[in-house]
Write a protein that binds this ligand. Sequence first.
Ligand code: BV8
Length: 249
Amino acid sequence: MREIPRDLIKGLREGQNVAVLTGAGVSAESGVPTFRGQEGLWKRYSPQELATPQAFAQDPKLVWEWYDWRRSLIAPLEPNAAHRFIAALEKRYPHFLLITQNIDGLHQKAGSTRLVELHGNIWKLRCTEEGTVRDDKRVPLPQIPPLCDNCGALLRPHVVWFGEPLPPDALNRAMEAAEDCDLFLVVGTSGVVYPAAAFPQIAQSHKAKVLEINPEETPITSVTTWYLKGKAGEVCQMLARALDLPLGG
Ligand code: BV8
């Protein structure tokens, strides 16, 4: 990636209503493995084996061992420049929404507050009987699978598995942002998981200009106004410099 197009800088400076969609790639430089990449999580496990309600019903211990391992992997990791750039962006615009597919919580750790988690959060557990949700950052979990201290039922990760509906409020807020924004940034997603992968197209068909940041082209690249080939952390540092946006961190 050589330089930042001037009309992109203009768009970032003058934007009034901005939305950002992120995927596992935005956390890659923090050390979180992506799903489908060379070292991807799915290389060793099949999504159908682990990230489905059927897998959990069949073998809750196996599914929990995978999540407990991912929690222990993520716990010491810090946000990178891409997370910090997106957190800084939210302060610049009257209307802004970060739509993340990630469950690692690194956007919040970087200071993002105006966000929706489409696929839930690995640091929250949900009672399979009562539906109650609680924060739980213990690493490792003292008991696998963890049980509800109120009713004794199984607790599950408060994440969205394949075949499960997305949280309606998050989905509605993301849809509204995609329809209303004038600038839509897509950072670090392979664009294969729906309905999240539909948002760039929705934004583009409503009036927004779309920027994609990814070392590889994706199915989203064809609907973008700008495609910056590169790692999210490196490209976002260049964008921050071009915008005189201090990233700190
Ligand atoms: C639903 C949470 C309906 C759990 C996840 C056929 C066609 C279309 C859709 C479907 C279909 N068959 C089934 C479906 C629906 C299905 C789906 O989309 N399947 C796909 C695989 C075909 N979707 C669902 O099931 C969704 N639910 O549709 O419900 C419904 C309605 C009513 C009632 C009942 C049901 C639920 C989907 C959510 C699944 N949960 N995760 C967990 O994490 O354990 S999905 C998982 O994939 C993560 O959330 C992840 O975020 C998401 C997307 O992956 P990416 O984030 O893009 O990550 P990936 O590794 O793929 O790519 C990384 C990218 O980063 C790459 O492009 C790489 O180049 C780039 N990169 C690498 N390094 C860097 C980088 N970029 C920048 N910088 C770097 N340094």
